[in-house]
Design a protein around this ligand. Sequence first.
Ligand code: GDP
Ligand code: MG
Length: 390
Amino acid sequence: MKQAFVRTKPHLNIGTMGHVDHGKTTLTAAITKVLAEQGRAEYTPFERIDKHAEETLRGITINISHVEYETETRHYAHVDMPGHADYVKNMITGAAQLDGAILVVSAQDGVMPQTREHVLLTKQLGVRYVVVALNKADAVDDLELLDLVELEVRELLAAHGYPDAPVVRVSGLRALAGDPEWVAAIGALLDAVDEHVPVPDRYLDAPFLMPVESVLTISGRGTVVTGAVERGVVRLGETVDVLGLGGSVRTVVTGIETFGKRMESAEAGDNAALLLRGVKRDDVRRGQVVAAAGSVDPASLFTAHVYLLTAEEGGRRTPIVSGYRPQFFVRTTDVVGELDLGEADLGIPGDRLDVTVRLGKPVALAAGQGFAIREGGHTVGAGTVTEVLA
Ligand code: GDP
Ligand code: MG
């Protein structure tokens, strides 16, 4: 039998971002080293983080490294990306639904172009909390210069809606070497993350939602829908809506099972089969969602941030224009939609675009929802919903 995961602390997803060579990977290694000495992480050396593990998400390949560690109050999954392009793809595909980001800025160089771009992207994609690691502080003796760089970073963040981001002066390199002053600074950085980034309520406190993967008929009992619970909890006897793709049925959950075992309730992360009272086989279908009654209003018009894959990444060879009608894959849904590029005349493979999308049928959507754009069986882009319009 599989051993149950014992959850003792709330879990958060964070990641390093910032300009190339400002020290993201060194800092990530240093965090694991400092915490490993307290028994709260496994030390992951620089080379292992930087070995460019490839992952595929929504049909798109990205280079990403995950490390795990704990502080006194939280469990963190932390992602680090080798290159700027990986960061952009990772953010847009939703590979890391970051609860908070550690912006790494070299005290020697200050704010650089990718620093700005990552802050902009982080804001657009709905990451609400940023903590600044003013790195390489060991290499700058002039305190006035350090103050000046800190001011510059604070101005950048304030201008993008992060007015109270804490700034902590660190040296990933010296902390890795075990220098007590800088080991303490890593502690201060983690304290700032613990304090500044709140525990998200995405899992159990959020209204119940489960994308429908399949629909079955169990003779003598009725219609059952299966799927992985995305958020919230559903209990026996609760009223739910099954909706999306133009349909909507209100019903009551009269049975819950997981892998053939009966349950009183199913929660975020569970694979569940729900028996629905009085629902006929044809009333519901794959691609819809089961949601707490009244909690979801399907929508078909939204704005999004989209990344078009290059030909090398498996994307298109030719540009797109407004009126382009690919397939949109959202959760288990596959629906046609039309893109409006707004002011832009063309979308060239490799571009990041702000677009408006009109889906052929309404789907349960919220800001932050990731989706893939496909054409002829190939993924040609990925996007994140920025605002639901109608
Ligand atoms: P990344 O591209 O942001 O992941 O940066 P890296 O972690 O690969 O670091 C880039 C370079 O900066 C390497 O040569 C590091 O040794 C150096 N570096 C990283 N952190 C520090 C630091 O705190 N102090 C100093 N002096 N150098 C650092
Ligand atoms: Mg790196």
